[in-house]
Design a protein around this ligand. Sequence first.
Ligand SMILES: Cc1ncc(COP(=O)(O)O)c(C=O)c1O
Length: 382
Amino acid sequence: MGRKLIKYNLMIPGPTPIPTRVLAAMNKDMIGHRGPLFSAVTKEVMEGLRWAYETKNEIFIYPSSGTGGMEVAVVNTLSPGDRVIVLNIGNFGSRWAKICKAYGADVNDVKFERGKPAGPGALEAELKKGPVRAVFFQQNETSTGVLNDVETLAKTVRRLQPDALVMVDAVSGMMAAPLKTDEWDLDVVVAGSQKAFMVPPGVAAVSISQRAWKANANSKMPKHYWDWALMKAEAPKGHTYTTPPESLIFGMAEGLKMLKEEGRENVHARHKFNRDLVRTAAKALGLKLLADDSHASPAVTAIFPPEGIDGEQVRAALRDEFNVEVAPGQGELKGKIFRIGHLGYVDSLDIIGAWAAVEVLFKRLGAKVSFGAGVKAMMELL
Ligand SMILES: Cc1ncc(COP(=O)(O)O)c(C=O)c1O
C-alpha cells in the first residue's frame, strides 16, 4: 500500500506520446488497400508530407522504421565502389556509414567530437580531396542532441561538387526544426512516423529530387523491397508496392492534420521553447550539457548528471520511482549522460513535471544541487 504515480510520462526522442486524436484515427477497420478509399488517404499523407518537407519532390512511404528509410536512400542512388562522405557526429552518423559500407560503397567516415555539429570547414576540406557521389549527414543527431546546420552543409556541397547528392537523415528533426527541402536543394530526405508526426513507429518517408532520380538510373546496388522503380508505378495511384501499414497511414493523416492546424512556425517554436526550458533547468542546477546553445537540438537534450551519479542510475530510478521514461546515453556516451526528449506531442507542463521528478531524485541520491532551482527557472521562463 502507498502512494503511486499511475500515469506514464514518455520523455524520449521517439517513439513519442500519441495524441488521442491520432489513436482514434488509427482505430479503424481495415479496408482494401488498392481501392479508392485507401488510395485517398495515402494521397493525403503524401501531400501532407510534402507540406512538412517543404518540397514539390516525389515522396515515397514505406512500411519500415527510420533505418529502412536510410537504406532506401543508399540502395537507390549508389553503386558498389562509389566514393561517399559521411559527416558523423553521433550514433546515427555511424549508421549511415554502416549502411553504405554494407552495400559496398567506399566510405570516408568523417568523425566529429561528440556534442559538436558537422563543421562546413571540415566538409570543404574533404570535398577538395576528390569527387564523391554523395554526402550523408543528420539534420538532428539524436544520440547527442545536436542540430546540424543543414543549409550551410548543403550549400558547401553544391559550391564544391554541384553533382554530388546531399542525403539528409531528418528522422528526429523533421518538423521539430525548419528543413526546407527544395530551397536548400536536398536530394534525399528521410523521416519517420514516430517522432514529431506523433504516430507510432512503422512508417518511413523518403523524398527524391531530380538529381536523385538521375543517380537512380545508374544505381547498381542490389534492391527489391526498397526499389524506387517498383514504387514509382504505384505512388501516383495512391498505392504502395507492398501492403501498407493501414492503421499507421490513418494515424499519419491525422498527425499531419494536427500539425497543419497548429502551424509550422508554431510547431517549431514549441519545440524550441521546450528545449530552452530543459536547458534552463539543467543550467540552474549547474549541470553540464553535451551540446552548446548554438546548435542545441529542439528534439532532445543530453545532460551530464551531477558528480558521482551515473546516467543509467538516473534513468532507472526515474522510471521505477516516478514513471518517467528518459533515454540513455548511446555508444561511447552510455552511462555518462541521460537524454530528455521534448519531441512530438509534448508540452511545457509535461516537461516541468518530469523535471520536478529529476530534482527530487537528485536530492534522494545526495547530489549537491540547489533543490528546486531548475523548476523555479522553468516557471520564470513560462
Ligand atoms: C536521427 C535518427 N536517425 C535514424 C533513426 C533510426 O530510426 P529507427 O529506429 O526508426 O530505425 C533514429 C531513431 O531514433 C534517429 O533518431
